[in-house]
Design a protein around this ligand. Structure first.
Ligand SMILES: *[C@@H]1O[C@H](CO)[C@@H](O)[C@H](O)[C@H]1NC(C)=O
Ligand SMILES: *[C@@H]1O[C@H](CO)[C@@H](O)[C@H](O)[C@H]1NC(C)=O
Ligand SMILES: *[C@@H]1O[C@H](CO)[C@@H](O)[C@H](O)[C@H]1NC(C)=O
Ligand SMILES: *[C@@H]1O[C@H](CO)[C@@H](O)[C@H](O)[C@H]1NC(C)=O
Ligand SMILES: *[C@@H]1O[C@H](CO)[C@@H](O)[C@H](O)[C@H]1NC(C)=O
Ligand SMILES: *[C@@H]1O[C@H](CO)[C@@H](O)[C@H](O)[C@H]1NC(C)=O
Ligand SMILES: *[C@@H]1O[C@H](CO)[C@@H](O)[C@H](O)[C@H]1NC(C)=O
Length: 430
């Protein structure tokens, strides 16, 4: 019973905190840009680009699948740099050549890297994967081109389609709006502009993606032997319908399920009380005079998924004073201008940028050395633990603050008095 209540509680707190707004990346969005670059009378050439303007959330396998609804009887005659998933009913075209896609609501998928050159466009063919602004911003966009037949009843000008979708769980797209036309340079000297440009903005909501969280946080500290585990039922409860898991001793028979291109792989996780595919452990490891040290471990509890290009975003007031980060990349995120308490960690290329499956000892670790911010730093009241943690852009479930490892009473006196002595000394010296 208690576990069900815990689950309901987490469920509703997620609704409250995550509905289409991420305080760690408040302006993040994916923008679709639709450039009309030539009008040939009965057909039109357009170039469509998708840009991931999110600080850390990336688009991973199986990739984007861009959809929209034509307002009239438009058909896509040809396409470069991507392809329509289905051709649809093209029987009304009797000639030798058939259009590329006759569907009223086409769905476009990306091509694979290494596609023949005559099917490519500049900036295409990435299997639908987009990186984020912080992790390799050279690969955050994708572009394709198409030629389509104008609707039979259209007058002059263009009719922009509507109801755009990205085909990635959690994103919803707004209505297209016209923006100043894109400028482009053909030979590096002369700037030309397209005829019309329209943008569509798509926003992520963790709750729309999945009502259940995908990661949880456990805590420990050198001054207390208690390890505070992930809350029970953080992501699901064992025994509830839909909660499937595998005990770790039965995995020798496990085969990764077969998936078709364009479908997400099923999650097969190790049984645990929290039922999350990802666990983040934050350990307050050591305290020095001027610094303190935290060890962060990310554990993959999923047997069938390698997380490539994973990222971790943490909010903690002392991240403004990071001295050194070992074996991960680190960059502070400045989202609200002055507050520098949010930082992003990700793996080093060819070393730990791939978080392997649980069966392959899937975990990655870092140690972070932080400069004590005098006047603020404390081991008391859970100050040394993170305020918020997100993995791959999804917020993780934290233990409740009243369960945090507590300072033993004696030690707490020693540490505080040490602080006071240090401060008095400092004042005397000054
Ligand atoms: C989308 O993100 C970009 C980059 O952060 C930002 O400049 C732009 O204002 C955002 N668009 C919307 C509609 O929020
Ligand atoms: C777009 O979606 C709305 C609401 O579902 C629907 O009424 C409208 O007909 C759709 N537009 C097209 C062109 O299908
Ligand atoms: C395809 O469209 C034609 C009309 O253009 C219609 O007669 C035919 O039944 C359609 N075929 C299918 C399989 O929907
Ligand atoms: C439209 O999208 C482009 C990306 O292609 C972006 O640079 C531009 O800022 C967007 N314009 C508006 C008004 O959102
Ligand atoms: C995960 O990566 C390892 C090493 O690259 C590979 O051997 C394994 O097949 C991958 N597993 C899955 C499920 O993709
Ligand atoms: C920590 O960072 C804050 C904000 O940047 C700064 O005001 C403070 O002086 C720093 N403290 C130390 C000990 O570096
Ligand atoms: C360690 O922390 C736990 C959880 O807050 C607390 O119950 C326990 O008393 C602490 N241990 C010591 C030795 O203070």
């Amino acid at each position: 019973m208690a576990t069900i209540f815990a689950f309901i509680f987490i469920f509703f707190s997620l609704i409250a905190s995550n509905y289409a707004f991420d305080s760690l990346d408040p302006f993040g969005n994916i923008t679709i840009t639709w450039d009309y670059f030539s009008d040939n009378g009965d057909t039109v050439d357009v170039r469509v680009s998708i840009y991931n303007f999110q600080l850390f959330r990336h688009v991973e396998e199986p990739g984007w699948r861009l959809g929209w609804a034509w307002k009239g009887d438009e058909v896509i005659w040809s396409m470069l740099g991507a392809e329509a998933k289905e051709q649809g009913n093209c029987t009304r075209f009797r000639g030798q050549q058939k259009p590329h896609c006759c569907k009223k609501e086409p769905v476009i998928i990306d091509l694979m890297p290494g596609t023949p050159y005559n099917m490519q466009t500049a900036n295409c063919c990435k299997a639908g994967i987009l990186t984020s602004l912080k992790q390799d911003h050279t690969k955050l966009g994708a572009t394709f081109q198409m030629n389509y037949v104008k609707p039979s009843d259209s007058g002059p000008g263009f009719t922009m389609p509507e109801n755009f979708t990205l085909g990635i769980p959690g994103y919803s797209c707004g209505t297209p709006f016209q923006v100043p036309p894109t400028m482009f340079t053909k030979d590096g000297h002369r700037w030309q502009q397209v005829l019309e440009t329209w943008n569509v903005t798509c926003i992520y909501s963790q709750f729309l993606a999945s009502p259940a969280p995908k990661c949880c946080v456990s805590l420990s500290a050198f001054y207390n032997s208690t390890i505070v585990p992930c809350p029970t039922c953080s992501c699901n409860c064992q025994g509830l319908p839909g909660a499937t898991c595998v005990d770790s001793d039965k995995t020798s028979v496990l085969q990764p399920p077969q998936t078709n291109r364009g479908e997400a792989a099923a999650v097969v996780i190790r049984c645990s009380h929290h039922m999350c595919p990802i666990r983040i452990h934050w350990h307050v490891k050591q305290s020095y005079k001027e610094h303190w040290r935290v060890k962060i471990t990310i554990t993959n509890m999923n047997f069938v998924k390698n997380y490539s290009q994973w990222n971790l975003v943490v909010q903690h007031p002392n991240l403004a004073n990071v001295t050194q980060v070992f074996s991960f990349n680190y960059e502070p995120l400045t989202v609200y201008g002055k507050l520098r308490d949010i930082g992003m960690f990700w793996g080093l290329a060819y070393y730990n940028d791939m978080l392997l499956t649980h069966g392959e000892n899937g975990n990655v670790q870092t140690e972070v050395l932080l400069h004590k911010d005098r006047g603020k730093f404390s081991f008391r009241e859970g100050w040394s633990f993170p305020r918020k943690v997100s993995f791959n852009g999804d917020e993780c479930v934290m233990p409740s603050p009243d369960a945090y490892p507590r300072l033993p009473n004696a030690a707490h006196v020693v540490i505080t008095s040490f602080n006071t002595i240090f401060f008095s000394l400092l004042l005397i010296l000054l």
